[in-house]
Structure formats: C-alpha cells, structure tokens
Write a protein of this length. Structure first.
Length: 474
C-alpha cells in the first residue's frame, strides 16, 4: 500500500515553528517511504479561518520547500461529503439529533465540575431526556455521534507507544453544529479516509481526539491509519513556545535572515535524532527519517544552535542556493547588484563571517554601493595622518596596475610596506577602511579585487581627503 501522509493546518494564523516541524516530519516520512504528501486546509471554523492565514501557510510551505503531491484541499469545499456520511450514520442510528439547549448543557457542566466530575455530555440525565422529549420539529439541534458505551479503544502510537482508553471515558461528540457545519473530529476522519492517509503525524495536543476519531472510523467502516503524535516545542525557558520567545512564524525566520535549509535541519533535530548527528542534507533526512525515532519528550528551542546551523549553510551550501535567498534581503535593503561583482563571488568571500543573511547583505553593501562616510571608530583609528603616505603610495601603484588581479593587489600592498619600511597593518588597515568604509572585512586584496579599480581609486582619494581635513582641523 502506498504511504500517504498529510499536513492539515487550521488557517487561523501564520505557519508557526511547531506546525512547520509537523509538516516536515509528515513530508519526510512520505518521501522516505516513496509515498505521497497531501496538504489540507482545515477551514471549517468559519469565524477564525482567514484567507490571509491560508496565504501565509502556503507561503511558509513554499519557502521551506515542502512541496505537496496533492491539494491544497479545503474542508469548506467538502461539506456535501461530510453531510452525506452524517446522514448515513443517522440512518444507521450511529448518530442522533440532540435538542438539548446550550444553556442547559452549560448548567449541567457546571454541576459536574462543582461535584468534582469530568464535564461530559450525559444523554441519560433527566433534564437532557426532558429537553429532547420537549423538542418540536423546528427546534434547533446538533448531531451527536453515538460513541460505543462498552470496551476500550486501543492503538499503538508510533511515538508514544501503546495507548488504551475506556469508552466509558468518552461522551457522545457533536459532529454537526446547530448551524449545519460539521465539526473537526468528524471532518478529519472523513478526509483522512477519503484521501487514503496511511499515517497521521500531528501534535500531541490532538492525542485526546484520537480514540474518538478511531470510533468514528469504525462506525464508518473505514480503515484506521497509524498515528504518530509529536511532543511539544518549548521555549528556552522551559515553557510552551510562544511569541514571548521571539520568532515563531516561519516567515519571520526568513525576515531575520535564515536559510530554509538551516531551519529545516534545525527542526528535524528538534524532537528527532539519528545518533548524535547534527548536520543533515535533505537527502540524508529523507534517507534516515523514521517515525520511531521521534522523541517522546518535549524539545526546547535553542536560537544559538539555529544560528550556528545557519552559518554552516551560508558557508557550505552552493553559493547559488545562498544567492537565491540573499537576493531577497538585498532587495529589501535597496542594494542594487547590477553594478558590481557576482553575488555568488561575494558570498564565497564574505559568507563564512556571517550568521545571518541580514549580516551578509550588510557585508555585501560596499561592493555595490558607494558610501559618503567612513565608520567613525575605524576612521579615527586608521585614517590618521601617519596613514597618508601608505595610502598615497598604494594609490599610485593601484592606478599604475595593468592587470586587476588579487595577486597584483597583494603585491601592491607588499611593495608599499617594503618601500615605506612599515608592517602589513600600517598599510592594510587604512586601505581596508578606505575601500570598505569599515574596520572589518575579508582579506583586503581580495576585497579590492572585487570592489573594482574605479571604486578603489575613488575611495582611496576619499580617505586621503578625509585625512587632509582632519589635519586641517587639528
Ligand atoms: N487542523 C488541526 C490543527 O491545525 C490538525 C488536525 C490533525 O492534524 O489531525 O491543529
């Protein structure tokens, strides 16, 4: 049987880190088994679902590269199918109309809680029986699933292991509301059945729904899929991950300069392991992933580790891959790369020093944009009168260069040092500040090479003018 998994978000907000991890695990398992992955938008909650959230989820999935083989399906387009099956259950007496008013239910609920009982629907309560008996043809009603009264529901969760729940613990669930809309627990079963889902991977917050859903599968005569419930993600302080901990939306990670590959690698390890391996290419993740190795205990989010992975991928991923995502940040900052070196060359030169694409975009700026001021601290320290001779001699040599190569620029610096009988720093640092505007950069000959002759000459002249002005004001 072909393995088929799904990701089934409710579109009530952006795609958050927890959802993305669930999606990744589902996706990986499908790929690992050579199966298929379905995207389904669970939008039956008409009040809380928005088109904006749907778009945000799709954008997040696309940015992560978690592509789907089928869908996106929308539950709101499948109401006829749910109603058809609800009618079937009604006809088979596996579901029934309940006229019990909301107010009465609330009253009974409070009574049960006051008595220290678990609140649940009690069809045999005299007041409920009376309310149902008093109902007329046009009284509003919900439809409840007739949960079995005897026996237990048993399943082997791929993560949590053997689970057993007595039916006596479960009440008769509403499957259609008064307004005619079917409810989550019913729709999810019909969808997973109709879509041929073989493994349901989802968050632990749904584990209490699973026995109820299994009873609905049985009532419909549908095969029950396997389940894998993933533990929670905690913030670094041990409480459930939330906005308080910083970014939780996947797209915010894009905005903060992470590569999707780094986030995916981070998420795969957040609750799944393969020995103590930390770095996984997509191919490796697919090859090694198994539901059985998902952790039972919650995992804590660690931003430092994510940054470390991001730096790793900025350094080691194909420059073309990094360039694709860097370009977005360059555009955000209005850095036009038309006049200047290839972005991939800048990545190769500057990338390893950067933890995020935002830093990398900032460090790319001087290759493409002229500046009108030097960084104050660096200028104060390195653009001093004593640097004048070094800059002037280097400038003369740069202007005379016939061939613009890193080797020749290296020679320019070495010869300047030799002729002035000064150390490397006395020439290299003023040149670095002159050419980049700042005190830190990769090797200055390589930087000059990529900044280009015209810009290098103009910037050294600007540094000399800066020194002259400083002298005049002294
Ligand atoms: N729509 C549910 C949610 O977003 C997930 C349901 C499921 O995976 O079964 O929490």
């Amino acid at each position: 049987m072909t393995v088929k998994t799904r990701f089934a978000p409710s579109p009530t907000g952006f795609l958050h880190v927890g959802g993305a991890r669930t999606a990744l695990y589902s996706w990986l398992f499908a790929k690992h088994m050579d199966g298929e992955f379905v995207l389904r938008i669970e939008d039956t909650d008409l009040e809380r679902s928005t088109q904006e959230a749907i778009d945000a989820i799709l954008e997040g999935m696309e940015w992560l590269g978690l592509d789907w083989d089928e869908g996106p399906y929308y539950q709101t387009k499948r109401f006829d199918r749910y109603n058809q099956l609800i009618d079937q259950l009604l006809a088979e007496d596996k579901a029934y109309k309940c006229y019990c008013p909301k107010l009465l239910l609330e009253e009974l609920r409070e009574e049960q809680m006051a008595a220290g009982l678990k609140p649940r629907y009690d069809a045999k309560h005299p007041k409920v029986v009376a309310a149902n008996a008093a109902a007329t043809e046009d009284s509003p009603f919900v439809i409840r699933f007739r949960n079995p009264k005897e026996g237990t529901v048993v399943f082997d969760d791929k993560v949590r292991g053997h689970i057993e729940i007595a039916n006596s613990e479960l009440d008769d669930l509403i499957i259609r509301r008064t307004d005619g809309s079917p409810t989550y627990n019913f729709c999810v079963v019909v969808d997973d059945w109709d879509m041929g889902i073989t493994q349901v991977v989802r968050g632990e917050d749904h584990i209490n729904n699973t026995p109820r859903q299994i009873n609905i599968y049985d009532a419909l005569g549908a095969p029950v899929p396997e389940f894998a419930h993933c533990a929670m993600i905690l913030g670094d302080d041990g409480t459930k991950l939330s906005k308080r901990h910083g970014a939780v939306s996947v797209m915010q990670y894009r905005d903060e300069g992470y590569l999707p590959q780094a986030l995916l690698n981070y998420l795969v390890r957040l609750g799944w392991s393969h020995g103590d391996q930390e770095i996984f290419s997509m191919e490796e993740m697919i090859k090694l992933f198994s539901l059985g190795s998902i952790s039972k205990s919650p995992s804590a989010f660690n931003t430092d580790k994510l940054l470390w992975l991001n730096n790793h991928y900025i350094k080691t991923a194909e420059p073309e891959y990094v360039a694709k995502y860097l370009q977005w940040h360059l555009d955000q900052k209005g850095i036009d790369t038309a006049n200047g070196p290839a972005i991939t060359d800048v990545i190769k030169l500057v990338g390893e020093r950067c933890n995020t694409l935002i830093e990398l975009a900032e460090q790319s700026r001087y290759f493409y944009q002229d500046f009108s001021e030097f960084e104050a601290g660096a200028a104060k320290k390195h653009l001093r009168p004593v640097a004048k001779d070094a800059l002037a001699l280097a400038l003369a040599k740069v202007e005379a260069l016939a061939e613009w190569t890193t080797e020749n620029l290296h020679k320019v610096i070495a010869e300047t040092c030799e002729e002035l009988e000064v150390g490397m720093g006395k020439v290299g640092m003023p040149l670095r500040v002159a050419v980049t505007g700042q005190g830190q950069s990769p090797s200055v000959d390589a930087v000059m090479m990529m900044v280009g002759k015209e810009r290098v000459i103009a910037r050294i002249n600007m540094a000399l003018a800066f020194i002259a002005e400083r002298e005049a004001n002294a």
